[in-house]
Write a protein that binds this ligand. Structure first.
Ligand SMILES: NC(=O)CCC(=O)C(=O)O
Length: 273
């Protein structure tokens, strides 16, 4: 399975951002990608007032454009995330489209990014966003995949639940920042990949020092051995990476961490369905 992570610049207009995504998706398809991924909030600058301002309902213009892009390029599209308007609430939502343009999954960010680091990053998603409450997986010809958004990666139980549901890789549209990015981005991807013996693909916006939120960038692919397979810097570009699920199965057989869990002594509680 060949994955393309599209680390794009985010401009102030959704129309311009859709055009940027369209251009990069053509390149991803030309490069042989089976699955392409866009960044968190790729269609508007990452600022809390923008989320309700640019929010659209599922099925509206942005959703339609993304569906068409998946179909035009004949690939699975993990369509970053967009602000979703539903019943007066705004969610940070990632849609997944199949190569026919059909929406096959939707994840609403479950853990809202509310942090206030002294001398560093402050951001309060809860000022304008509502949290989702569901675990998200979807089926592909390569097997079941998981989906979560940025800050969700920091919660090991959430990733473990996706692995236990049978996800063979997890896609993570994201936008870490200049305070936590250097310290925790790569470490979080390597740790979650290693703990769950799973491929992880994180896709971030390119850095824009004129924006109010400075993305760390560094879109990344990690493997079930806990290694970084490839990583970008902060500039715009596409990262291609392969997932080899035979290797994943071999690692899980030879070092059977998931089977060695002492579920007689501890367990994750069932999620609410
Ligand atoms: N957009 C986000 O969820 C940012 C998460 C982040 O930067 C972190 O440190 O976690």
């Amino acid at each position: 399975m060949k994955v393309a992570l599209i680390q794009m610049q985010v401009a102030s207009s959704p129309a311009e951002n859709l055009q940027t995504a369209r251009t990069h998706l053509k390149d991803a398809a030309a490069g042989g990608a089976d699955i392409a991924v866009l960044p968190e909030m790729f269609c508007c600058p990452y600022e809390t007032p923008n989320f309700p301002r640019f929010a659209q309902k599922e099925g509206d213009e942005i959703w339609q454009a993304l569906s068409e892009m998946a179909k035009e390029n004949s690939l699975y599209l993990v369509a970053g995330s967009v602000p979703e308007d539903d019943d007066g609430k705004t969610y940070n939502t990632s849609y997944v489209f199949d190569p026919e343009g059909k929406c096959i999954a939707k994840h609403r960010k479950v853990h809202l990014f509310d942090i206030d680091v002294k001398g560093g990053q402050r951001f309060m998603e809860s000022e304008t966003l509502t949290a989702g409450d569901s675990l998200t997986t979807f089926d592909t010809p390569w097997g079941k995949m998981g989906l979560c958004i940025c800050y969700d990666i920091r919660f090991p139980e959430w990733m473990r639940l996706m692995a236990l549901e049978g996800a063979k890789a997890v896609f993570i549209p994201a936008a870490f920042n200049m305070t936590t990015g250097p310290a925790h981005w790569e470490l979080s991807f390597r740790a979650r990949a290693l703990d769950n013996q799973i491929y992880l693909f994180g896709c971030a916006p390119a850095r824009d020092m004129d924006a109010s939120y400075h993305s760390w960038g560094h879109s990344i692919a990690t493997n079930p051995w806990g290694e970084v397979m490839a990583q970008l810097d902060e500039t715009e570009g596409i990262l291609f990476a392969h997932a080899d699920f035979q290797r994943e199965d071999a690692i899980r057989d030879q070092l059977p961490l998931l089977r060695h869990r002492r579920v007689d002594l501890y367990e994750l509680r069932e999620i609410k369905k």
